[in-house]
Design a protein around this ligand. Structure first.
Ligand SMILES: *Cc1c(COP(=O)(O)O)cnc(C)c1O
Length: 416
Protein backbone atom coordinates (compact mmCIF):
# COMPACT_ATOMS: atom_id res chain seq x y z
CA UNK A 1 0.00 0.00 0.00
CA UNK A 2 1.20 3.46 -0.75
CA UNK A 3 0.40 6.45 1.36
CA UNK A 4 -0.91 9.37 -0.63
CA UNK A 5 -0.72 13.02 0.36
CA UNK A 6 -4.43 13.72 0.49
CA UNK A 7 -3.98 17.25 -0.86
CA UNK A 8 -2.96 15.79 -4.22
CA UNK A 9 -5.92 13.42 -4.20
CA UNK A 10 -8.25 16.25 -3.40
CA UNK A 11 -6.83 18.47 -6.11
CA UNK A 12 -7.12 15.69 -8.70
CA UNK A 13 -10.72 15.02 -7.70
CA UNK A 14 -11.63 18.71 -7.82
CA UNK A 15 -10.00 19.28 -11.21
CA UNK A 16 -11.63 16.20 -12.73
CA UNK A 17 -15.03 17.17 -11.33
CA UNK A 18 -14.70 20.63 -12.95
CA UNK A 19 -13.61 19.17 -16.30
CA UNK A 20 -16.05 20.20 -19.04
CA UNK A 21 -14.21 18.00 -21.56
CA UNK A 22 -14.56 14.81 -19.51
CA UNK A 23 -17.35 13.33 -21.71
CA UNK A 24 -14.96 13.35 -24.69
CA UNK A 25 -13.10 10.37 -23.22
CA UNK A 26 -15.99 8.24 -24.49
CA UNK A 27 -14.88 9.00 -28.03
CA UNK A 28 -11.88 6.70 -27.45
CA UNK A 29 -11.51 2.96 -26.88
CA UNK A 30 -8.74 2.76 -24.28
CA UNK A 31 -8.39 -0.57 -22.44
CA UNK A 32 -9.69 -0.50 -18.87
CA UNK A 33 -6.99 -0.25 -16.23
CA UNK A 34 -4.50 1.34 -18.61
CA UNK A 35 -3.21 4.85 -18.00
CA UNK A 36 -2.24 5.89 -21.51
CA UNK A 37 0.30 8.71 -21.55
CA UNK A 38 1.85 8.05 -24.93
CA UNK A 39 -0.76 9.62 -27.20
CA UNK A 40 1.94 12.02 -28.40
CA UNK A 41 3.64 9.04 -30.08
CA UNK A 42 0.58 7.03 -31.10
CA UNK A 43 -2.87 8.38 -30.36
CA UNK A 44 -5.29 5.75 -28.99
CA UNK A 45 -8.10 4.25 -31.06
CA UNK A 46 -11.09 6.57 -31.55
CA UNK A 47 -14.42 4.75 -31.24
CA UNK A 48 -15.47 6.09 -34.66
CA UNK A 49 -12.67 4.27 -36.48
CA UNK A 50 -13.63 0.55 -36.34
CA UNK A 51 -17.13 1.02 -37.83
CA UNK A 52 -15.79 3.43 -40.46
CA UNK A 53 -13.10 0.95 -41.47
CA UNK A 54 -15.56 -1.95 -41.50
CA UNK A 55 -17.81 0.00 -43.87
CA UNK A 56 -14.86 1.05 -45.99
CA UNK A 57 -13.60 -2.48 -46.39
CA UNK A 58 -16.81 -4.46 -46.77
CA UNK A 59 -19.14 -2.05 -48.55
CA UNK A 60 -16.96 0.52 -50.29
CA UNK A 61 -14.10 -1.73 -51.35
CA UNK A 62 -15.87 -5.11 -51.21
CA UNK A 63 -19.12 -4.18 -52.93
CA UNK A 64 -18.79 -0.84 -54.67
CA UNK A 65 -15.29 -1.66 -55.89
CA UNK A 66 -13.67 0.85 -58.22
CA UNK A 67 -16.82 2.96 -58.35
CA UNK A 68 -15.83 4.15 -54.87
CA UNK A 69 -13.21 6.53 -56.24
CA UNK A 70 -16.08 8.84 -57.15
CA UNK A 71 -19.11 7.30 -55.46
CA UNK A 72 -17.59 7.12 -51.99
CA UNK A 73 -15.39 10.18 -52.23
CA UNK A 74 -12.05 8.39 -52.37
CA UNK A 75 -10.54 10.62 -55.03
CA UNK A 76 -11.24 13.83 -53.13
CA UNK A 77 -10.15 12.43 -49.77
CA UNK A 78 -6.64 14.02 -49.69
CA UNK A 79 -8.07 17.53 -50.04
CA UNK A 80 -11.17 16.86 -47.94
CA UNK A 81 -9.16 15.41 -45.04
CA UNK A 82 -6.59 18.17 -45.58
CA UNK A 83 -9.29 20.80 -45.04
CA UNK A 84 -10.49 19.02 -41.89
CA UNK A 85 -6.95 19.14 -40.50
CA UNK A 86 -6.73 22.72 -41.74
CA UNK A 87 -9.48 23.67 -39.29
CA UNK A 88 -7.32 22.36 -36.43
CA UNK A 89 -4.26 24.36 -37.48
CA UNK A 90 -6.00 27.61 -38.39
CA UNK A 91 -5.88 27.16 -42.16
CA UNK A 92 -8.75 28.26 -44.40
CA UNK A 93 -9.85 25.61 -46.93
CA UNK A 94 -7.81 24.89 -50.04
CA UNK A 95 -4.34 25.06 -48.50
CA UNK A 96 -3.85 21.68 -46.83
CA UNK A 97 -3.47 18.25 -48.38
CA UNK A 98 -3.32 14.93 -46.50
CA UNK A 99 -1.16 12.01 -47.57
CA UNK A 100 2.27 10.42 -47.47
CA UNK A 101 4.48 10.62 -44.39
CA UNK A 102 5.67 13.66 -42.49
CA UNK A 103 9.12 13.00 -43.91
CA UNK A 104 7.86 13.14 -47.49
CA UNK A 105 5.78 16.25 -46.78
CA UNK A 106 8.82 17.88 -45.21
CA UNK A 107 10.87 17.15 -48.30
CA UNK A 108 8.13 18.77 -50.38
CA UNK A 109 7.78 21.79 -48.09
CA UNK A 110 11.51 22.43 -47.74
CA UNK A 111 12.18 21.99 -51.45
CA UNK A 112 9.28 24.23 -52.45
CA UNK A 113 10.25 26.88 -49.89
CA UNK A 114 13.88 26.94 -50.98
CA UNK A 115 12.78 27.30 -54.62
CA UNK A 116 10.80 30.41 -53.65
CA UNK A 117 13.93 32.11 -52.24
CA UNK A 118 16.58 31.71 -54.92
CA UNK A 119 20.04 33.15 -54.32
CA UNK A 120 19.90 32.76 -50.54
CA UNK A 121 22.46 30.17 -49.44
CA UNK A 122 21.31 29.15 -45.95
CA UNK A 123 18.69 26.73 -44.65
CA UNK A 124 18.29 27.22 -40.90
CA UNK A 125 17.03 24.51 -38.63
CA UNK A 126 16.96 23.72 -34.91
CA UNK A 127 19.77 21.43 -33.69
CA UNK A 128 17.13 19.91 -31.37
CA UNK A 129 14.67 19.32 -34.20
CA UNK A 130 13.30 15.79 -34.69
CA UNK A 131 15.89 13.65 -36.53
CA UNK A 132 13.95 13.28 -39.78
CA UNK A 133 13.60 17.06 -39.97
CA UNK A 134 17.35 17.51 -39.56
CA UNK A 135 18.22 14.77 -42.03
CA UNK A 136 15.85 16.15 -44.64
CA UNK A 137 17.15 19.67 -44.18
CA UNK A 138 20.60 18.27 -45.04
CA UNK A 139 19.21 16.35 -48.01
CA UNK A 140 17.38 19.35 -49.46
CA UNK A 141 20.37 21.64 -48.83
CA UNK A 142 22.67 19.20 -50.61
CA UNK A 143 20.41 18.93 -53.63
CA UNK A 144 19.83 22.68 -53.88
CA UNK A 145 23.38 23.69 -53.02
CA UNK A 146 22.56 25.41 -49.75
CA UNK A 147 24.26 25.14 -46.37
CA UNK A 148 22.44 24.07 -43.21
CA UNK A 149 22.86 26.22 -40.13
CA UNK A 150 21.75 24.82 -36.77
CA UNK A 151 20.32 27.56 -34.61
CA UNK A 152 18.23 26.86 -31.50
CA UNK A 153 14.93 28.76 -31.30
CA UNK A 154 16.26 30.96 -28.48
CA UNK A 155 19.05 32.22 -30.73
CA UNK A 156 17.03 32.66 -33.91
CA UNK A 157 16.13 36.32 -33.59
CA UNK A 158 19.78 37.31 -33.06
CA UNK A 159 20.98 35.04 -35.86
CA UNK A 160 18.41 36.40 -38.31
CA UNK A 161 19.25 39.98 -37.39
CA UNK A 162 22.91 39.21 -38.24
CA UNK A 163 22.71 36.90 -41.24
CA UNK A 164 19.03 37.00 -42.19
CA UNK A 165 19.46 38.21 -45.73
CA UNK A 166 21.42 35.04 -46.56
CA UNK A 167 18.68 32.78 -45.15
CA UNK A 168 16.20 31.15 -47.53
CA UNK A 169 14.20 29.08 -45.07
CA UNK A 170 13.79 28.58 -41.33
CA UNK A 171 12.53 25.10 -40.44
CA UNK A 172 11.49 24.33 -36.89
CA UNK A 173 8.82 22.98 -34.60
CA UNK A 174 6.79 24.92 -32.07
CA UNK A 175 7.43 22.04 -29.61
CA UNK A 176 10.69 20.38 -28.57
CA UNK A 177 9.88 16.69 -29.04
CA UNK A 178 12.12 15.72 -26.15
CA UNK A 179 11.40 18.26 -23.42
CA UNK A 180 7.92 19.46 -24.40
CA UNK A 181 9.08 23.07 -24.41
CA UNK A 182 6.80 25.34 -26.45
CA UNK A 183 8.34 28.07 -28.60
CA UNK A 184 6.74 31.28 -29.79
CA UNK A 185 5.54 30.51 -33.33
CA UNK A 186 4.39 34.07 -33.91
CA UNK A 187 7.69 35.65 -32.91
CA UNK A 188 9.77 33.16 -34.92
CA UNK A 189 7.59 33.52 -38.01
CA UNK A 190 7.79 37.31 -37.75
CA UNK A 191 11.58 37.34 -37.33
CA UNK A 192 11.87 34.96 -40.29
CA UNK A 193 9.77 37.23 -42.49
CA UNK A 194 11.62 40.34 -41.36
CA UNK A 195 14.73 38.68 -42.78
CA UNK A 196 12.87 38.00 -46.02
CA UNK A 197 12.99 34.23 -45.46
CA UNK A 198 10.20 31.65 -45.37
CA UNK A 199 9.00 29.68 -42.34
CA UNK A 200 8.41 25.91 -42.55
CA UNK A 201 6.72 24.61 -39.41
CA UNK A 202 6.50 21.01 -38.24
CA UNK A 203 3.32 20.74 -36.19
CA UNK A 204 3.58 17.04 -35.24
CA UNK A 205 3.56 17.72 -31.50
CA UNK A 206 1.21 20.71 -31.59
CA UNK A 207 -1.73 20.00 -33.93
CA UNK A 208 -4.72 18.74 -31.99
CA UNK A 209 -3.14 19.68 -28.66
CA UNK A 210 -3.66 23.45 -28.82
CA UNK A 211 -5.14 26.12 -31.09
CA UNK A 212 -2.83 26.92 -34.00
CA UNK A 213 -3.12 29.85 -36.39
CA UNK A 214 -1.03 29.22 -39.49
CA UNK A 215 -3.06 31.67 -41.61
CA UNK A 216 -3.12 34.43 -39.02
CA UNK A 217 0.63 34.07 -38.36
CA UNK A 218 1.29 34.05 -42.10
CA UNK A 219 3.25 30.82 -41.82
CA UNK A 220 4.49 29.84 -45.25
CA UNK A 221 4.45 26.05 -45.01
CA UNK A 222 3.53 23.57 -42.33
CA UNK A 223 3.59 19.79 -42.09
CA UNK A 224 2.55 17.31 -39.43
CA UNK A 225 1.69 13.69 -38.86
CA UNK A 226 -1.70 12.08 -38.47
CA UNK A 227 -0.93 9.61 -35.71
CA UNK A 228 0.00 11.67 -32.62
CA UNK A 229 -2.61 14.10 -31.26
CA UNK A 230 -4.73 13.50 -34.38
CA UNK A 231 -5.15 9.81 -33.44
CA UNK A 232 -5.25 8.57 -37.04
CA UNK A 233 -3.54 5.25 -36.29
CA UNK A 234 -0.08 3.79 -36.90
CA UNK A 235 1.51 5.35 -39.95
CA UNK A 236 -1.54 7.56 -40.59
CA UNK A 237 -1.13 9.96 -43.50
CA UNK A 238 0.61 13.24 -42.79
CA UNK A 239 -0.34 16.67 -44.16
CA UNK A 240 1.15 19.65 -45.90
CA UNK A 241 -0.06 23.23 -45.63
CA UNK A 242 1.10 25.81 -48.15
CA UNK A 243 -0.23 29.36 -47.83
CA UNK A 244 -2.46 30.56 -50.68
CA UNK A 245 -0.07 33.35 -51.61
CA UNK A 246 2.56 30.79 -52.65
CA UNK A 247 0.35 28.57 -54.77
CA UNK A 248 0.82 30.28 -58.13
CA UNK A 249 4.60 29.79 -58.02
CA UNK A 250 4.66 26.57 -55.97
CA UNK A 251 7.12 24.05 -57.39
CA UNK A 252 6.80 20.65 -55.79
CA UNK A 253 9.75 18.28 -56.13
CA UNK A 254 7.69 15.08 -56.53
CA UNK A 255 5.54 15.68 -59.59
CA UNK A 256 3.32 12.63 -59.41
CA UNK A 257 0.38 12.07 -61.68
CA UNK A 258 -2.33 12.80 -59.08
CA UNK A 259 -0.96 16.35 -58.73
CA UNK A 260 -1.47 16.93 -62.47
CA UNK A 261 -3.98 19.51 -63.68
CA UNK A 262 -5.69 16.78 -65.69
CA UNK A 263 -4.66 13.49 -64.10
CA UNK A 264 -6.92 11.34 -66.24
CA UNK A 265 -5.74 13.00 -69.46
CA UNK A 266 -2.62 10.87 -69.02
CA UNK A 267 -0.71 13.37 -71.17
CA UNK A 268 2.98 13.31 -71.99
CA UNK A 269 4.02 16.22 -69.76
CA UNK A 270 3.43 17.37 -66.23
CA UNK A 271 1.21 20.39 -65.77
CA UNK A 272 0.63 21.14 -62.09
CA UNK A 273 -2.92 21.31 -60.82
CA UNK A 274 -3.95 24.75 -59.60
CA UNK A 275 -3.72 25.30 -55.87
CA UNK A 276 -2.71 22.83 -53.20
CA UNK A 277 -3.89 19.89 -55.34
CA UNK A 278 -0.50 19.98 -57.05
CA UNK A 279 1.01 18.72 -53.80
CA UNK A 280 -0.74 15.39 -54.32
CA UNK A 281 1.77 12.80 -55.45
CA UNK A 282 0.57 9.25 -56.11
CA UNK A 283 -2.54 7.20 -55.48
CA UNK A 284 -3.68 8.05 -51.94
CA UNK A 285 -3.66 5.36 -49.21
CA UNK A 286 -7.44 5.26 -48.86
CA UNK A 287 -7.63 2.79 -45.96
CA UNK A 288 -5.37 4.97 -43.81
CA UNK A 289 -6.79 8.21 -45.07
CA UNK A 290 -10.38 7.32 -44.23
CA UNK A 291 -9.33 5.89 -40.86
CA UNK A 292 -7.76 9.29 -40.17
CA UNK A 293 -10.90 11.05 -41.36
CA UNK A 294 -13.01 9.01 -38.94
CA UNK A 295 -10.49 9.68 -36.16
CA UNK A 296 -10.72 13.43 -36.72
CA UNK A 297 -14.41 13.35 -35.75
CA UNK A 298 -13.26 13.26 -32.11
CA UNK A 299 -12.68 17.00 -32.60
CA UNK A 300 -16.26 17.66 -33.73
CA UNK A 301 -17.68 20.49 -31.64
CA UNK A 302 -14.49 20.71 -29.59
CA UNK A 303 -13.01 24.11 -28.78
CA UNK A 304 -9.23 23.86 -28.99
CA UNK A 305 -8.89 26.74 -26.53
CA UNK A 306 -10.61 24.51 -23.97
CA UNK A 307 -8.34 21.63 -24.94
CA UNK A 308 -5.33 23.85 -24.34
CA UNK A 309 -6.66 25.10 -21.00
CA UNK A 310 -7.23 21.56 -19.75
CA UNK A 311 -3.89 20.40 -21.12
CA UNK A 312 -2.18 23.15 -19.11
CA UNK A 313 -4.12 22.18 -16.02
CA UNK A 314 -2.98 18.56 -16.52
CA UNK A 315 0.69 19.36 -17.09
CA UNK A 316 0.67 21.85 -14.22
CA UNK A 317 -0.75 19.19 -11.92
CA UNK A 318 1.78 16.66 -13.20
CA UNK A 319 4.65 19.04 -12.43
CA UNK A 320 3.19 19.67 -8.99
CA UNK A 321 2.98 15.92 -8.29
CA UNK A 322 6.57 15.59 -9.51
CA UNK A 323 7.76 18.24 -7.09
CA UNK A 324 5.93 16.59 -4.20
CA UNK A 325 6.60 12.92 -4.86
CA UNK A 326 9.58 12.57 -7.20
CA UNK A 327 11.90 15.48 -6.45
CA UNK A 328 12.73 13.97 -3.02
CA UNK A 329 14.02 10.92 -4.96
CA UNK A 330 16.19 13.07 -7.21
CA UNK A 331 13.89 13.12 -10.28
CA UNK A 332 13.40 16.52 -11.85
CA UNK A 333 11.20 17.78 -14.65
CA UNK A 334 13.00 19.26 -17.64
CA UNK A 335 9.83 20.85 -19.05
CA UNK A 336 9.51 24.58 -18.32
CA UNK A 337 7.18 25.48 -15.46
CA UNK A 338 6.00 28.61 -17.31
CA UNK A 339 2.67 27.67 -18.94
CA UNK A 340 3.45 29.81 -21.99
CA UNK A 341 6.46 27.58 -22.61
CA UNK A 342 4.77 24.22 -22.04
CA UNK A 343 3.19 22.04 -24.75
CA UNK A 344 1.34 18.72 -24.48
CA UNK A 345 3.90 16.53 -22.79
CA UNK A 346 6.15 16.66 -19.78
CA UNK A 347 9.61 15.11 -19.59
CA UNK A 348 11.47 13.91 -16.52
CA UNK A 349 15.16 13.10 -16.40
CA UNK A 350 16.55 9.89 -14.93
CA UNK A 351 19.62 7.87 -15.99
CA UNK A 352 17.54 4.66 -16.07
CA UNK A 353 14.68 6.08 -18.11
CA UNK A 354 14.34 2.92 -20.18
CA UNK A 355 14.04 0.56 -17.23
CA UNK A 356 11.59 2.89 -15.52
CA UNK A 357 9.37 3.14 -18.61
CA UNK A 358 9.30 -0.68 -18.80
CA UNK A 359 8.47 -1.02 -15.12
CA UNK A 360 5.68 1.54 -15.45
CA UNK A 361 4.24 -0.34 -18.44
CA UNK A 362 4.16 -3.52 -16.35
CA UNK A 363 2.03 -1.56 -13.87
CA UNK A 364 -0.40 -0.32 -16.52
CA UNK A 365 1.09 3.12 -17.14
CA UNK A 366 2.19 3.51 -20.74
CA UNK A 367 4.68 6.30 -21.44
CA UNK A 368 7.79 6.48 -23.59
CA UNK A 369 11.40 7.43 -23.22
CA UNK A 370 13.81 9.33 -25.40
CA UNK A 371 17.43 8.29 -25.22
CA UNK A 372 19.41 8.57 -23.21
CA UNK A 373 17.64 9.72 -20.07
CA UNK A 374 14.22 11.28 -20.67
CA UNK A 375 10.86 9.89 -19.62
CA UNK A 376 8.03 11.45 -21.63
CA UNK A 377 4.48 11.70 -20.32
CA UNK A 378 2.04 12.83 -22.99
CA UNK A 379 -1.24 14.26 -21.80
CA UNK A 380 -4.25 14.58 -24.05
CA UNK A 381 -7.05 16.78 -22.77
CA UNK A 382 -9.59 14.73 -24.74
CA UNK A 383 -9.16 11.72 -22.45
CA UNK A 384 -6.48 12.18 -19.77
CA UNK A 385 -7.58 12.83 -16.17
CA UNK A 386 -5.74 14.45 -13.31
CA UNK A 387 -6.32 11.28 -11.29
CA UNK A 388 -4.47 9.23 -13.93
CA UNK A 389 -1.49 11.56 -13.69
CA UNK A 390 -1.35 11.21 -9.94
CA UNK A 391 -1.52 7.42 -10.34
CA UNK A 392 1.36 7.53 -12.84
CA UNK A 393 3.54 9.64 -10.56
CA UNK A 394 2.75 7.48 -7.53
CA UNK A 395 3.65 4.30 -9.41
CA UNK A 396 6.89 5.86 -10.63
CA UNK A 397 7.67 6.98 -7.08
CA UNK A 398 7.12 3.43 -5.79
CA UNK A 399 9.25 1.89 -8.54
CA UNK A 400 12.17 4.25 -7.91
CA UNK A 401 11.90 4.02 -4.14
CA UNK A 402 11.88 0.21 -4.23
CA UNK A 403 14.47 0.03 -7.05
CA UNK A 404 11.93 -2.22 -8.82
CA UNK A 405 13.30 -1.81 -12.34
CA UNK A 406 16.00 -3.13 -14.63
CA UNK A 407 18.80 -0.57 -14.91
CA UNK A 408 20.38 -2.06 -18.04
CA UNK A 409 20.37 0.11 -21.16
CA UNK A 410 17.84 -0.60 -23.93
CA UNK A 411 18.63 -3.06 -26.69
CA UNK A 412 18.82 -1.50 -30.16
CA UNK A 413 15.52 -1.31 -32.04
CA UNK A 414 12.16 0.32 -31.37
CA UNK A 415 11.80 1.19 -27.69
CA UNK A 416 8.72 -0.32 -26.11
C1 LIG B 1 6.76 12.37 -35.02
C2 LIG B 1 7.55 13.38 -35.77
C3 LIG B 1 7.97 13.13 -37.09
C4 LIG B 1 7.73 11.80 -37.72
O1 LIG B 1 7.99 11.76 -39.09
P1 LIG B 1 7.36 10.54 -39.94
O2 LIG B 1 7.80 10.77 -41.31
O3 LIG B 1 5.87 10.63 -39.70
O4 LIG B 1 7.89 9.28 -39.34
C5 LIG B 1 8.64 14.15 -37.75
N1 LIG B 1 8.88 15.34 -37.16
C6 LIG B 1 8.49 15.60 -35.89
C7 LIG B 1 8.75 16.94 -35.28
C8 LIG B 1 7.83 14.62 -35.16
O5 LIG B 1 7.44 14.87 -33.91
Amino acid sequence: MTTVPTALDARAARSDADDVLAPLAERFLIPGGVVYLDGNSLGPLPAAVPPALADLVTRQWGTDLIRSWNGNGWWDAPLRVGDTIGRLIGAAPGQTVAGDSTSVQLFTALSAAVALRPGRPLLVTDPGHFPTDRYLAEAVARREDLKVRHVPPAGLAAFLAEEGERVAVVSCSPVDFRTGELYDMAAITEATHRAGALAVWDLCHAAGAMPLHVDALEADFAVGCGYKFLNGGPGAPAYLYAAHRHHASLETPLTGWTGHANPFGMGPDYTPAPGIARARIGTPPILSLLALEAALTVFDGVDLAEVRAKSLSLTDFFLHCTTELLAPLGIEAVTPADPARRAGHVALRHPHAHGLARALAERGVIIDMRAPDLLRFGVNALYTTHRQLLTAVQRLRDIVRDAAYDPSPPAPGPVT
